[in-house]
Design a protein around this ligand. Structure first.
Ligand SMILES: [Zn+2]
Length: 102
């Protein structure tokens, strides 16, 4: 396993843990019987946004891992150019270069 792949797998594990935590928080919010309904709904929305965000990152990470297996990690899916190293450092699961991401 390459160091790159190890990093991606580790990141995947962390994201999955965070997602599991958010989903269990959502579940306990649903089960909570509180008078503060409005506040609850607000929290609920924040958590749902976070869950959606994490799921999106996990999907991108999954694609990045598949591309890594094909030896194409760090290559933009859209234009085929190399994704800049600083961008990959911040977004290890990036599948698009800065140009194509916009
Ligand atoms: Zn591109």
């Amino acid at each position: 396993m390459t160091q790159q792949r190890e990093q991606l797998v580790e990141l995947q594990r962390q994201l999955q843990q965070r997602l599991a935590k958010v989903q269990s928080d959502l579940q306990s919010l649903k089960e909570a019987d509180s008078a503060e309904q409005a506040q609850q709904r607000e929290n609920d929305e924040v958590l749902q946004d976070l869950a959606a965000h994490l799921q999106k990152e996990l999907l991108q990470l999954h694609i990045a891992l598949e591309r890594e297996a094909q030896g194409k990690y760090g290559v933009c899916i859209a234009c085929g150019d190399d994704i800049a190293a600083p961008r990959l450092k911040i977004l290890p699961f990036a599948t698009h270069c800065q140009h194509c991401a916009h």
